[in-house]
Design a protein around this ligand. Structure first.
Ligand code: AMP
Length: 273
């Protein structure tokens, strides 16, 4: 595995590679969710590139940038064992200069739900993903459905900027009790981890209601909010794949989302129907 720490090192590493290239961008502290993306990239492509970069521009002031978990040694091992060809591991200074051109998230879709809770977050996400895609030039790029709004906005960015890259959405990987894997789960103590299960339980209830024929948004959201008590809920939402609010679930074109705080830790989860 080649470790590239700058744009020029990455370019040199990519020069000898031929055929299709699968790319998995991450912020590190890798878990089985990330590994599933890497394994899919390994299966589908001749070359696999993973990036680990805790992108400062997507964190708002007061968020967990400085304490975001960093696990360099373990992450390198996981990448090596997963058959990654090139690990891109840049410093902030290798990615950003002063007073730069930025990508701006769309006015509506970029500022609802996650974008309302974290205004400007998606500008940072889209800017860094644009940079990474231009550096790696992948055939396919792999993103988790867990970050559904991020996935939708990156898909839109690739369309709006006529970028010829295949985006591969990947299912959310969960613990056996339902908790969606997240690098931020390490912030949870034992009792908070128990509380965190309320997110996936609420989503399970939503699925159950729909399977029983109740597709009414208000009733589904009401039942979810009850199960989420006493957590501090930021939003429960039912949208279509374009992130337009829905009054009723449309099977095949619906995402039910939740964001809530468990103690100081902000968690998100969703289910696609
Ligand atoms: P992150 O390191 O949190 O920026 O995540 C990197 C990629 O892994 C993103 O595309 C995430 O959506 C994806 N990811 C994170 N958690 C999971 C999970 N539990 N299952 C599947 N993909 C995930």
């Amino acid at each position: 595995m080649i470790i590239a720490r700058s744009a020029s090192e990455l370019k040199a590493a990519l020069e000898s590679k031929q055929g299709s290239l699968g790319f998995v961008p991450t912020m590190g502290a890798l878990h089985i969710g990330h590994r599933t993306l890497i394994e899919a990239a390994r299966r589908d492509n001749e070359t696999v590139v993973v990036s680990i970069f805790v992108n400062p521009t997507q964190f708002l002031p007061g968020e967990d940038l400085s304490k975001y978990p960093r696990r360099e040694e373990a992450d390198f091992k996981i990448c090596e064992l997963s058959g990654v060809d090139i690990l891109f591991y840049p410093e902030v200074s290798a990615m950003y200069k002063e007073d730069e051109v930025r990508v701006i998230a769309p006015d509506i879709r970029g500022y609802i739900l996650e974008g309302a809770s974290r205004p400007g977050h998606f500008d940072g996400v889209l800017t860094v993903v644009m940079k990474l895609l231009n550096m790696v030039h992948p055939t396919r790029v792999y993103f988790g459905k867990k970050d559904a709004q991020q996935l939708a906005l990156i898909t839109q960015m690739c369309e709006n900027f006529f970028m010829d890259i295949e985006i591969v959405p990947m299912e959310t990987v969960r613990e056996s009790d339902g908790l969606a894997l997240s690098s931020r789960n390490v912030y949870l103590n034992e009792s908070q981890r128990q509380e965190a299960l309320k997110l996936s339980s609420a989503l399970k209830e939503a699925t159950k209601m729909v399977m029983q024929g109740n597709i009414r948004g208000n009733e589904i959201k009401g039942a979810m909010l009850k199960l989420l008590e006493p957590l501090e809920v930021e939003y429960v939402a039912i949208v279509n794949r374009q992130f337009e609010a829905l009054d009723e679930v449309m099977i095949g074109n619906t995402i039910v989302l939740v964001a809530a705080r468990v103690g100081p830790t902000r968690l998100i989860d969703n289910v696609w129907m």
